[in-house]
Design a binder for this molecule. Structure first.
Ligand SMILES: Nc1ncnc2c1ncn2[C@@H]1O[C@H](COP(=O)(O)OP(=O)(O)OP(=O)(O)O)[C@@H](O)[C@H]1O
Ligand SMILES: Nc1nc2c(ncn2[C@@H]2O[C@H](COP(=O)(O)O)[C@@H](O)[C@H]2O)c(=O)[nH]1
Length: 207
């Protein structure tokens, strides 16, 4: 298996890292992108120890595993990066990225700030995009309205969001920071950032 910490990423479209606070709108934007550009993007399916939400599918949204299985995988060097977020473990396996890259698709990683910092130490060379909410109040409302969190996990996510919003201002950390206020506008900005890579894959698909 390729070692991303030592080897150059294989030629092909550049992966995309989407990061930003929980509830900022990353999944909403990436699902839209994958629907509009079918056959262009592939989602890197992360592993997590959190429980599936209603409607989520094992192997599609996440690989849902126990803490023991996850720790074993990490110890065996199966993960490019991993992090503890809001009381659960999350991680990007080498296989999840390789599966997408083998199909010559743009690999999308939806990861938190710790993941961004760890991916920066590798040779994956993605385009780094931060999706930010317009304000903490709006973020809290979106997370509450989503009805996926307990009071405890909501508070943990809001605490992590404050840190994320501060860190995302670090110059050079992200190629672009998009404020997801109006969804249409945010989606338009995301497409603008990715259009060169999208076009490359579309051209390659024609030949
Ligand atoms: N621009 C927007 N205006 C209003 N509501 C939005 C907007 N973007 C996303 N939402 C809503 O906010 C909620 C959070 O969005 P989403 O689940 O995409 O966030 P996320 O960043 O993927 O969160 P997590 O990291 O927890 O998975 C969802 O209910 C979504 O429908
Ligand atoms: N470092 C990583 N962060 C990840 C990964 N997969 C998801 N995430 C981030 O976790 C939070 C919470 O996600 P949720 O689905 O429980 O709401 C969010 O910020 C994701 O971006 C991963 O593999 N590595």
């Amino acid at each position: 298996m390729r070692d991303y910490t030592k080897q150059k990423a294989m030629a092909g479209p550049r992966p995309v890292v989407l990061s930003g606070p929980s509830g900022a709108g990353k999944s909403t934007l990436l699902k839209r992108l994958m629907k509009e550009y079918e056959g262009v993007f592939g989602f890197s399916v992360s592993h997590t120890t959190r429980d599936p939400r209603p409607g989520e599918e094992n192997g599609k949204d996440y690989h849902y595993v126990s803490r023991e299985v996850m720790q074993e995988g990490i110890a065996n060097g199966e993960f490019i990066e991993n992090a503890e977020f809001s009381g659960n473990m999350y991680g990007t396996s080498k296989a999840s990225v390789e599966d997408v890259q083998a199909k010559n698709l743009i690999c999308i990683l939806d990861i938190d700030m710790q993941g961004v910092k760890n991916i920066k130490k590798t040779d994956l060379n993605p385009i780094y995009v931060s999706i930010q909410p317009p304000s903490m109040d709006i973020l809290e409302k979106r997370l509450r309205d989503r009805q996926t969190e307990s009071d405890e996990s909501l508070q943990k996510r809001l605490d992590a969001a404050r840190t994320d919003m501060e860190l995302s201002k670090e110059p050079g950390l992200f190629d672009v920071v998009i404020i997801n206020d109006d969804l249409e506008e945010a989606y338009g900005k995301l497409k603008d950032v990715l259009i060169d890579e999208i076009t490359k894959v579309q051209e390659a698909n024609k030949s």
